[in-house]
Ligand binder design. Structure first.
Ligand code: ADP
Length: 504
């Protein structure tokens, strides 16, 4: 699209300069749109004149969540550069792959990641390595302080790339999804329409900012509409409840993955947390257990289930709140600026109620991956992106995500989707967290194995769990074994990393 890109921050700085743009909880920094615009300007000038970053160049960031991320992101917009937020959980060789692939002009890193950043920058040959320190004296602060004047806003169009967000790469090399200005714009419009964002909204950002969930729900939509973002360095369930309860902050919106809400609900403090100011708590990124949705509903909070992916710049489908309990288990209908289909292996639409692969099209979908003509050729058909998710749709267009195809296993010739089994196990009192995978079996090919973390004081047994599954699931879906764990492995976003669960 050749539509021009507006500079959101400069607009709000002109119209509502006193409105609060960012509150950084870790450092205590608070910036109005006037302050934030000035910081973005200084950062843009530093990148352009201090580091020689030009239009289309990448700028990498390896740091915990902070308001600095947003400065760099919007400074990239101002000079037409591409923001490359990096996953700080990755090991040096993994970072080397991504940084080598994206080839940034500069790498900005938090103090705690400088050792890794030094190695990566040296191996890859990144021209500039800059330390940032949450507003404390650092190269980054020195660089910004040395700039003078206003940075001209680079004319851009919606097709221009704003960010590269790398997929987790659990089944191969990570791929950098190009996120264009157009995608971010349409996602901001969708989020505002469907989640009641206004300029008075206060969003709490706790998902990591290297993930689209952190960046685009609801951080960027809030910046687009001129609202406030409260930034949490990393997720902590008690801190989360305390922040939601704080009347001075007045948080109205947040988006998280199921484990965020699960862990918060398991704290004693959940019962008395003041959730009265919440307008929308969005949940997605992984299967949402029904029991979790019900736990929040008992506290009069509708967790609004939304489905999306890195490639869809988050929101692809969203369950409207007024139908959330009636359609519990569904991830809702396509948001306005997207279309979805459920198709068979030949790419033909399947009838309502039948499982197939979810495909999605529209201006919120990535135009493709960085440096990956192979994947760009195989993962799109006539602009429809193949999501790799099994799903079904009802007559009204409500989509139920069955599971990722790559997590499906085949037992005795039948397809088994672990998310369905996990949902059943979550129905048992005493289950804190669970994950199911398929493991090799001589007789059936593969059988289910459930990993269960129990709540304190629970005396759940393997027999009780398998018995409960037998009562609620077809025989071929019932896990053959249960392993009790102290905790499950999670990625930095909070999703369970099933590939790390033992298969032997
Ligand atoms: P990662 O692979 O690192 O988790 P993504 O965030 O792009 O990266 O993951 C997107 C995937 O998360 C989707 O393909 C889908 O399998 C899952 N997902 C997202 N939202 C939902 C949802 N509401 N219900 C079930 N699964 C979801």
């Amino acid at each position: 699209m050749t539509l021009p890109v507006y500079d959101w921050i400069s607009h709000h700085a002109g119209v509502t300069p006193e409105a609060m743009a960012v509150i950084d909880l870790y450092s205590g920094r608070r910036q109005t749109y006037r302050d934030f615009d000035a910081r973005v300007d200084a950062c843009a000038l530093y990148l352009r004149d201090g580091l020689g970053v030009g239009k289309g160049d990448r700028v990498a960031m390896l740091a915990h969540n902070s308001s600095d991320h947003f400065e760099v992101e919007f400074a990239c917009r101002r000079i037409g550069a591409i923001f490359l937020p990096l996953n700080w959980r990755l090991a040096v060789p993994e970072l080397e792959f991504i940084v080598g692939d994206a080839d940034p002009k500069a790498l900005i890193a938090g103090a705690e990641f400088m050792d890794a950043a030094r190695v990566v920058a040296k191996t890859v040959g990144t021209p500039h390595l800059v330390q940032c320190a949450d507003g404390e004296p650092s190269d980054y602060e020195k660089g910004l302080a040395a700039t003078r004047g206003k940075c001209p806003i680079e004319p851009l169009v919606h097709d221009d790339t704003w960010a590269l967000v790398y997929t987790s790469g659990t089944t191969g090399r990570p791929k950098g999804a190009r996120i264009t200005h157009g995608q971010a714009f349409f996602n901001a419009v969708n989020a505002a329409m469907k989640c009641e964002l206004t300029c008075r909204s206060v969003g709490l950002v706790f998902l990591p900012l290297f993930h689209v969930g952190g960046l685009q729900l609801f951080a960027n939509p809030n910046f687009h509409i001129g609202a406030t973002n409260v930034v949490m360095r990393t997720f902590d369930p008690l801190h989360f409840l305390n922040v939601l309860s704080d009347p001075e902050l007045g948080v109205s919106h947040a988006f998280g993955v199921p484990t965020n809400f699960l862990f918060a609900s398991q704290l004693e403090e959940f019962a008395d947390a003041d959730l009265s100011r919440i307008v929308c708590l969005g949940i997605g990124g992984a299967a949402c257990p029904q029991s979790l949705l019900e736990t929040y509903a008992e506290r009069d909070i509708i967790l609004q289930n939304g489905w999306g992916m890195t490639e869809t710049c988050t929101l692809g489908t969203l369950l409207p709140r007024h139908r959330a309990m009636e359609k519990i288990g569904s991830a809702g209908q396509a948001v306005m600026h997207t279309s979805v289909r459920v198709v068979d292996e030949q790419g033909r639409d399947v009838p309502a109620g039948v499982n197939g692969e979810l495909w999605i099209k529209g201006p919120t979908i990535t135009p493709g991956y960085w440096n990956r003509p192979d994947a760009n050729a195989t993962e799109f058909t006539d602009g429809w992106f193949h999501t790799g998710d099994a799903a079904c749709m009802d007559e009204e267009g409500f989509v139920t995500i069955v599971d990722r195809y790559k997590d499906m296993f085949i037992s005795g010739g039948e397809n088994v989707y672990p998310a369905e089994i996990e949902n059943v196990i979550y129905g048992l009192d005493g289950v804190a967290e669970t994950a199911v995978i398929g493991v090799a079996d001589d007789r059936w090919g593969e059988v289910g194995r459930a990993f269960v973390v129990t709540r304190q004081g629970s005396n759940l047994t393997e027999d009780a769990i398998i018995g409960h599954c037998r009562d609620n699931l077809a025989k071929f879906k019932v896990p053959k074994s249960v392993r009790f764990m102290d905790e499950l492995p999670h990625n930095a976003t909070g999703k369970v990393t099933k590939h790390q669960l033992p298969r032997d």
